[in-house]
Design a protein around this ligand. Structure first.
Ligand code: IPM
Ligand code: MG
Length: 353
């Protein structure tokens, strides 16, 4: 089959890691007789530098006309310490989420046996942990009204949710839980926030439609604590935008390497697949960044195109590379391989297996 893939490498290490995912996808294409036609789009700081807009219209059109988007990372330190910057790379990411209607961000957190000693947590706590964080992505405080008073001495960000926004993300989370271990934890701050009370009220009404799934409710502060103490307790966790931003970063370090975890953002238009780590500017251009999170994001992308065997092949290739010690410096125990060497090895493994 022929697929159109929007390729948005973005900033920092984005281009190098996306190159490896493309190598892997092309190896899959050759093996299973598919064709992936990539179209490049500018995004993030790179797009600001070139055309003054972190999510240009042309990029949006490329995304809209593609079957899936393969995304690298965005962010540049020159903006991080400049709170007065008028345009920021992150605005590109938020604009893309909104314009594509990507209301759900799915972050699976799995552990890799050979890397358990890299986790900041004790082995017995993390071994076998396997959970998915479902984060609402186009609502809440990220997109609510915000501003500054005239005298500049007061600032505000508002958190808003509608019942429809809550229903669609909870429905999606229930569908995930149904395919997994049938447990859903709804995370909110209903003891304090009105939006959280609407989340809880809405979820409580929906519970009856999913009788075979165990639903529980947890305040976000408690969830942050339990995630570290008993990560194995969780199956699917669903929460609003900012809580999800924070909890999914927390969940991701449990496994021991941020460089391994993929994500999918799905919703109304084309889905976006990207590693959960950032643009790691210190490593940009050095050929040392771990490409695995992006390669596993490509596996999620293949699944979204219903290419299940192909996605499994990519995962098997990653498992084989970890077992063989063909890994970058962030997780290597002996020899550290370069980003491009890991990509070559994975593509070659797919060719031969
Ligand atoms: C993420 C990132 C973004 C977010 C930033 C870069 C705007 O942290 O994808 O989790 O906060 O959503
Ligand atoms: Mg984040």
């Amino acid at each position: 089959m022929v697929f159109k893939i929007a390729k948005l490498p973005g900033d920092g290490i984005g281009p190098e890691i996306v190159d490896q995912a493309v190598k892997v996808m092309d190896a899959i294409a050759a093996k299973y007789q598919h064709q992936f036609n990539y179209e490049f789009g500018l995004v993030g700081a790179t797009a600001i530098d070139k055309v003054g807009n972190p999510y240009p219209k042309e990029t949006h059109e490329i995304c809209m006309n593609s079957d899936a988007v393969l995304f690298g990372a965005i962010g540049d330190p020159k903006y991080d310490n400049d709170p007065k910057a008028k345009v920021r790379p992150e605005q590109g990411l938020l604009a893309m989420r909104k314009a594509l209607g990507l209301y759900a961000n799915i972050r699976p957190v799995t552990t890799f046996a050979s890397l358990l000693d890299k986790s900041p947590l004790r082995k017995d706590i993390v071994e076998g942990a396997d959970l998915v964080v479902v984060r609402e992505l186009t609502g809440g405080i990220y997109f609510g009204e915000k501003g500054r008073s005239e005298d500049q001495k007061k600032a505000f960000d508002t958190c808003t949710y509608t019942t429809e926004e809550i229903e669609r993300i909870i429905k999606l989370a229930y569908e995930y839980a149904a395919k997994r271990n049938k447990r859903l934890t709804i995370v909110d701050k209903a003891n304090v926030l009105a939006t959280s009370r609407l989340w809880r009220e809405t979820a409580q009404k929906m519970e009856a439609d999913y009788k075979d799934i165990t639903t529980d409710y947890m305040f976000v502060d408690n969830a942050a604590m339990q995630l570290i103490q008993w990560p194995k307790k969780f199956d699917v966790m669903v929460t609003e935008n900012m809580f999800g931003d924070i909890l999914s970063d927390e969940a991701s370090v449990i496994t021991g390497s941020l460089g391994l975890l993929p994500s999918a953002s799905v919703g109304i238009h084309t889905s976006v697949f990207e590693p959960i780590h950032g643009s790691y500017p210190q490593a940009a251009g050095k050929n040392i960044a771990n490409p695995v999170a992006t390669v596993l994001s490509a596996a999620m992308l293949l699944e979204s195109l219903n290419l299940m065997d192909e996605a499994k092949k990519v995962r098997d290739a990653v498992d084989a590379s970890l077992a063989a010690g063909v890994v970058t410096e962030d997780i290597s125990k002996e020899k550290a391989y370069k980003t491009s060497e890991v990509g070559d090895w994975l593509a070659d493994w797919i060719k031969k297996n």
